[in-house]
Design a protein around this ligand. Structure first.
Ligand SMILES: [Zn+2]
Ligand SMILES: [Zn+2]
Length: 87
């Protein structure tokens, strides 16, 4: 006998987001494009450690990851704009 993980074999799927962090202990701030949220939510799955004092922090704000080149959401662009068409 084995147990299924939820109904229909659902797994927790994660989405990468851009997060803004503020450490409550040392007031340090940082940003990261490697924030993983549960898909379709802004629930952060992994905390990040403060670089100064190693306190595990959740971001106070998360945004969709944007392509640095075209500014579109990265999941739409998927790096496609990285191929300039030079007529
Ligand atoms: Zn800190
Ligand atoms: Zn792009």
């Amino acid at each position: 006998m084995f147990q299924n993980q939820g109904q229909g074999g659902q797994q927790t799927s994660l989405e990468r987001r851009y997060g803004f962090f503020r450490c409550l202990s040392c007031k340090g701030e940082w940003q990261s494009s490697h924030v993983y949220c549960i898909k379709g939510t802004t629930t952060v799955y992994y905390k990040q450690d403060c670089k100064n004092c190693k306190t595990a922090c959740n971001p106070y704000k998360v945004e969709d990851v944007k392509c640095p080149m075209c500014g579109k959401p990265a999941k739409e662009c998927q790096g496609m704009c990285d191929h300039p068409d030079d007529d």
